[in-house]
Design a protein around this ligand. Sequence first.
Ligand SMILES: [Zn+2]
Length: 293
Amino acid sequence: MPIRNQVIPGALSWRIGSKLVTTLSDGYIEATLEGNLRGVSKLEAAELQRKAFRSEDPRYTVSAFLVESDDEAPILIDTGMGQFGGAVAGHLLESLRLAKVQPDEIGTVLLTHLHLDHSGGLVNPAGEPVFPNAQLLVHEAEVKFWLAEDAATSPGQNHPEWVEPTRNVVRPMASRLKTFKDGDSVANDLTAVHLPGHTPGHSGFALQIEAERVLFWGDIVHMPAIQMAMPQAGVDADSDPKQAESTRRATLASAAASRTLVAGAHLEFPAFGFIQRAGDEFHFVPELWVSRI
Ligand SMILES: [Zn+2]
């Protein structure tokens, strides 16, 4: 029998205090250094990829995160690429099925930002909401950046061609859209952390249960082998490259110093672990996964 040639779903869970945190694979993005990398030379970046045993052309894994507890409907952090995923991404719902959660059970969708690899899964190709019972929460600056009338020409908007498709995935959820700002409580034990630079409203979500803490982020890092070693490395989609760099440095440094667990949409699947600091460089150390939750 020929071996399978298909996209496979993935869902791995960890218990954090009274909650269950699950990384859901959406798939991956085939990128190129020329197309995506900014701020360091291609030569340096290629060498870092080689040292880390990665192909020169990066593959970003795309993950979303599920937070479940006994006292609240499941919370989804980001939605994957949905219809924009091409052949190898947009598989979030298959992974959600592995976690034994139905889309209509999701009570809250928190978006780190509105780029389509995070928001594309909000609606199906017919334009209908995929999570019909969910409230949608997005940082107020992010909503303005993409939905304001002059969004296509606003400062930092380096991809005006993404404005219309972004509006199309948010519009069906408009009546259930709520904005937040830095420090707001977005769900039980979950607080918004504004991490601007990649986009104006790019945010993380800090889960704090007694002494246990997890920081969920979107696009602090896309190419871990490159950006952990050289945090000055940015990506083409950064709306404010300088601010993205300083946010990346500060976020990595603080996660390392406080030994905080981090969960990042483009950290390599299962994208859940710690940041270790060595001088000016950082390394990602995956959390241990065991087969019982
Ligand atoms: Zn992204």
